[in-house]
Design a protein around this ligand. Structure first.
Ligand SMILES: CC(C)(COP(=O)(O)OP(=O)(O)OC[C@H]1O[C@@H](n2cnc3c(N)ncnc32)[C@H](O)[C@@H]1OP(=O)(O)O)[C@@H](O)C(=O)NCCC(=O)NCCS
Length: 164
């Protein structure tokens, strides 16, 4: 979690972006910021092939963005998306800029997805975690399922969490 000093200077907040207004061209520049963060974190830092990152599913997802420093200097530091599959929410593309990690933004993004999933009466969150990120999700109550597998050249584990 954020320590008191970081929280007071960053004042993080999460916004949810649904795709319909983006298609109509009335989205604030936030979706472009989500894409920028994903390109920096996944394509550049982790060498995920661009054609896998841009998988054509953004249009049917809800997107979340972590913003800090409200006011004229507001900055986008993290993003995630959620897709609904049956009664389950699939959490994907969870990324925080390297300079902003370990400040609690990843947790806030996952809490925002969980809250949205509850509001949509979904009973479970599923995700494919990079093996290096498994401890991050475990701290948030997710449990691993099955064997490791390779996706985009990176080892993953399936994880899930039942919602109350
Ligand atoms: C994984 C990631 C999203 C975590 O975001 P973050 O903002 O640094 O995470 P938080 O600061 O909210 O951390 C929440 C908790 O998880 C822990 N944590 C975060 N990253 C961790 C890691 N890699 N290993 C172990 N614990 C970790 C934190 O210490 C914190 O624990 P605490 O609540 O007990 O203090 C971020 O490291 C990232 O973007 N990584 C690159 C992209 C990636 O791998 N995404 C996941 C794809 S499945």
């Amino acid at each position: 979690m954020l320590d008191a000093r970081s929280r007071s200077t960053m004042q993080p907040r999460i916004e949810r972006i649904s795709f319909a207004p983006i298609e109509r061209g009335i989205d604030p520049p936030w979706f472009a910021e989500c894409c920028k963060i994903r390109r920096i974190v996944f394509v550049e830092e982790q060498s995920v092939p661009a054609e896998l990152e841009w998988d054509g599913l953004d249009e049917i997802a809800e997107h979340f963005i972590a913003l800090t420093h409200p006011g004229p200097d507001e900055r986008a530091r993290g993003t995630a998306r959620m897709r609904v599959i049956g009664s389950t929410a699939q959490a994907e593309r969870v990324a925080v800029l390297e300079s902003a990690r370990h400040l609690g933004l990843g947790r806030l993004l996952m809490e925002a997805i969980e809250s949205r999933a509850r509001n949509r009466a979904l009973s479970r969150i599923c995700l494919n975690a990079q093996v290096a990120a498994v401890p991050f999700y475990e701290r948030l109550g997710y449990r691993s399922e099955g064997d490791e597998f390779i996706e985009a050249g990176i080892k993953h584990r399936a994880m899930s969490k039942d919602l109350d």
